[in-house]
Design a protein around this ligand. Structure first.
Ligand code: UDP
Ligand code: MG
Length: 319
């Protein structure tokens, strides 16, 4: 692909009903910005006819490119794949379910041109999402912010516009467990946001199962903070300290007061408590080890099955 002014990366997982409207709305918006743009759909192993829709769009519009991944690799990897192939002065990342209004691209672009490297879209309102999701998301971002040592934006997803510098830096980051909004925040540079109200999804259902969401949340924490490890080791110290006091008390009580602490209840309570804490600690360590394991293997992040980008054999990964 030739270098364009604007590249739009769209991860797609079972979004057949949304693609035409998404394309129309993006085109309407972007046409008023520049004619040098590319739209890059990354089909992330959809099982509906999303790929067919993308192929139709790419046949009728030479600005439409696609990467068809060999299976479902997950949203973050689909976007990362798109970033490796995008080639433009500025790149927009946008969901394909129309929760991120394409019209906002104009505002993101205008702000970007004031001299920023990142303009992310900050969610002021979330329409049509469950109370549970709203509360857990709010809570999660606040906990994450406390855990990391750099400025991570609150209430922002991956809908944003970024400079070529950012794309190149992200493409150089080797981690397998991608958490793009964290990686981009980690970069520093000049970042700002515009506010928007997040719509509800137009068609279909969310491709983010609870399992995928929890994994992403853990990737965010383990990727940028070792506070959970510090927490369990401090917990270990604290519990050892109180256990020591308890032992002294038990011995004192036995010999000095001649009252032996008796009972099944106290034994079971302490065994269950310590057992729980130990499992929790092993679990926390396990989360980090499993990520080391994945990274040591160093497998490719994704496999491209088919594409209409000529440079398929040489993704623009900057080494
Ligand atoms: N998506 C993807 N792979 C997945 C899950 C989702 O490429 O495994 C895409 C999906 O098509 C959408 C975006 O990622 O464009 C956000 O996903 P979704 O709307 O399902 O997440 P939610 O908005 O519910 O958090
Ligand atoms: Mg969505």
């Amino acid at each position: 692909m030739q270098e364009n002014e604007l590249s739009i990366i769209i991860p797609v997982y079972n979004e057949s009903g949304n693609l035409q409207m998404l394309y129309d709305r993006i085109k309407n918006t972007v046409n008023s910005i520049t004619e040098h743009y590319e739209i890059l759909f990354v089909n992330d192993g959809s099982s509906d006819d999303s790929l067919l829709k993308i192929l139709e769009l790419s046949q009728s519009d030479s600005r439409v490119y696609y990467l068809n991944l060999s299976r479902n690799f997950g949203h973050q990897i689909a976007v990362s794949a798109g970033l490796e192939y995008s080639n433009a002065r500025c790149t927009v990342i946008i969901d394909s379910d129309l929760q991120d209004p394409p019209e906002l691209i104009s505002e993101l672009y205008a702000k970007f041109n004031e001299g920023f490297d990142v303009v992310y879209a900050k969610r002021q309102k979330r329409i049509g999402e469950s109370i549970f999701k709203k509360i857990t998301a709010k809570l999660y971002y606040r906990v994450l912010k406390k855990m990391v040592s750099f400025d991570i934006p609150l209430d922002a997803g991956d809908f944003r516009i970024v400079s070529k510098k950012v794309v190149e830096a992200i493409n150089k980051m080797p981690e397998q467990n991608k958490y793009l909004r964290g990686q981009i925040a980690w970069l520093g540079l000049k970042q700002t946001h515009v506010l928007y109200s997040r719509d509800s999804r137009k068609h279909g259902t969310s491709g983010y199962s609870y399992g995928k969401m929890i994994r992403l949340a853990f990737d965010g924490i383990t990727g940028f903070s070792d506070k959970p490890l510090l927490f369990v080791s401090r917990l270990g110290f604290l519990i050892s300290f109180f256990s020591f006091l308890l032992i002294i008390y038990a011995v004192f009580s036995h010999y000095a007061l001649e009252q032996t602490i008796t009972g099944w209840t106290s034994l079971i309570m302490s065994a269950a408590f310590i057992g729980g804490i130990q499992l929790l600690s092993i679990g926390v360590i396990g989360e980090y080890i499993s990520r080391i394991n994945v990274n040591v293997k160093g497998r490719p992040l994704y496999i491209v099955d088919t594409t209409n980008i000529e440079t398929i054999s040489t993704p623009k990964k900057t080494d």
